[in-house]
Design a protein around this ligand. Sequence first.
Ligand SMILES: NC(=O)c1ccc[n+]([C@@H]2O[C@H](COP(=O)([O-])OP(=O)(O)OC[C@H]3O[C@@H](n4cnc5c(N)ncnc54)[C@H](OP(=O)(O)O)[C@@H]3O)[C@@H](O)[C@H]2O)c1
Length: 475
Amino acid sequence: MNSSESPLAIVVIGASGDLAQRKIMPALFSLFARDLLPSEFAVYGFARSAMDDDTFRESLAGSLACRYTPASDCESRKRKFLEHCRYTQGQYDEAADYLELYRALRRMFPGEHPNILYYLAIPPSVFLQCARALGDSGMTQCGDSPFWMRAVIEKPFGHDRRSSDRLVSELATVFRETDTYRIDHYLGKEIVQNLLVLRFANSVFEPLWNRDTIERIDIDWRETYGVKNRASYFDRYGIIRDVVQNHLLQIVALIGMEQPAGRTPDRIRDAKVSLLRAVNPATPDSVRLGQYTAGEQAGLPRRGYRDEDGVPAGSTTPTYARVALTLNHPRWHGVPFVINAGKAMDADRTEIRIVFREPATPWCDREGSCGPANCLIIRVQPNEAIRLRVVTKEPGMTQRTVPTDLQLVYGEAFPQTIPEAYERLLLDVIHGDKSLFIRKDELAAAWDVFTPLLDHLKKHNPEPEPYPFGSDGPR
Ligand SMILES: NC(=O)c1ccc[n+]([C@@H]2O[C@H](COP(=O)([O-])OP(=O)(O)OC[C@H]3O[C@@H](n4cnc5c(N)ncnc54)[C@H](OP(=O)(O)O)[C@@H]3O)[C@@H](O)[C@H]2O)c1
C-alpha cells in the first residue's frame, strides 16, 4: 500500500500558537493546493484555547496564502481546505482529552484506520507532559499495524547534551525513533538542500573544497528585529541555543561533510554525524558574545534587550555570538568555520561565504592592486543566490582589475514558486523520508560542540558586549 495514499489525519497540538498559525497550517494548505495530500485527509487542531471548528477555521483563514493557486480560485480553494480542519479543546497532559480527539477522528474515518501525523507545536516545557498523555491514551503504539503514527518535534531539543539525552530517552518511551521527526526548518530551505548538490554534482568545486584552497568559511545570520514577544523563551535559551547549535551548525555539517556512501537518509546523516564529531568543542576563547542596547532603526527609536517586556533586569543572555569553530579533520585542518549570529542587527540575512586563499603568486595590476581573494557566496535568505566572486580585468584601455560576480539568482533562474521549508518538510514526513530530519546521534554530536561552552557561560555568567539595535554587532 502506498502510505501517502492512505487516509491521513494531521493532529496539530498547540494549534492556537504562532508556529501553527503562521507556518504549519499555511504549509498544509499549500500541499493541499498542489494536490500533494491524500484525497482523504483531515487536520485536527488541539489546544487549551476555547474554540469550536468555525472559530478555529476563522483563526486560520487570514494566514493561508494562495502561493500555488490562481487568484480567481483562491477563496474557493481555501474554503475547501478549511472544510478539512477541525478543532478539539483539551489539556496537553490529559489522556482523556486526546481520546476524545481520537474518537472524533475515528468517526471521521470509519473505514480504513488513517495514518496519523502528530505535530507538537507547543512550548518545550510541555513536550513531555503532552507526549506522556498521548502515550497513556494509547494513541501512539501501532506496533506492526498497517498504518503509521509519526511525531514531529520542534526545536529546542533540550538545552544542553544532558537535557537533550533525557528528552530523547523519555520521548522514546512514547514514540519510536523511526517515528520521531526532529525538525530543523533550515534543512527544508531550498538552497540548504542544494548544498550537497552544489558540492557533489559539480566536479568544479569538490577538488577545491579543502584546506589547500579554502582559507575560511563564514556563516552569517542576522535579523533586524529583537526578541519580539518571545522574550521569556529567548532569555532562557540565548542566541547559541536558538540558532547556532542547530540551524547554523547544520550548515557547517553540510559544508564540511564527506560525500555520503549513498543517497539514503541514513547514509546522508552518517556523513553529517561523522563531520559533527570532528568539530572541536567551542571554547570561551573562540567566542564573542553581545547583547543589543537601545538604538535606532529606520529612524525609529528601539529598546535595548534588557528593556524588552519579559526580560529580567540585568539579564546577561547573549543576543549575538561570533564563534570560530575548528575541526579535527584532515580536509579542514586549520580552516576556521566562523559563525556570526545576531538579533537586532542591520540586515535580515543568512549567508555562507567560502573564502578561498589568495594565489601563491598574486596577479596584481599595474597600480599594485591584486584584487580580493575568490569567494563563493551562498545566500540562503532572502533572495536565494549563489555568487562566485572573481577578479576581472576592467574593460577598456586599462589593465586595472576589479572584483566581479558570476551569479545564479534563484528568482531569475527559477521562475516557479520555491516551496517554503515547512511545505517540503511536512511532505517528507508524510512520505516517511527522514533525510532532512535530525537523528538522535546527530543531535548528541551537535550538543557536544556547545555544551562545554554553555556550562562555562552558566558558571561564569560573563557580561556580553553591548551593541546598538540596528548595528552590525559589537565593535
Ligand atoms: N514560532 C516560531 O517561529 C518557532 C520557530 C522554531 C521553533 N518553534 C518551536 O515550536 C514550538 C511552538 O512554538 P510557538 O511559537 O507556536 O509557541 P507558542 O505560540 O508560545 O505556544 C503554542 C501554544 O501552546 C500553548 N501554550 C503556550 N504557553 C504555554 C504554557 N506555558 N503551558 C502550556 N501551554 C502553553 C498555547 O496554546 P493554548 O493556550 O491554546 O493551549 C499556545 O498557543 C516551540 O517549541 C517553539 O520553540 C517555534
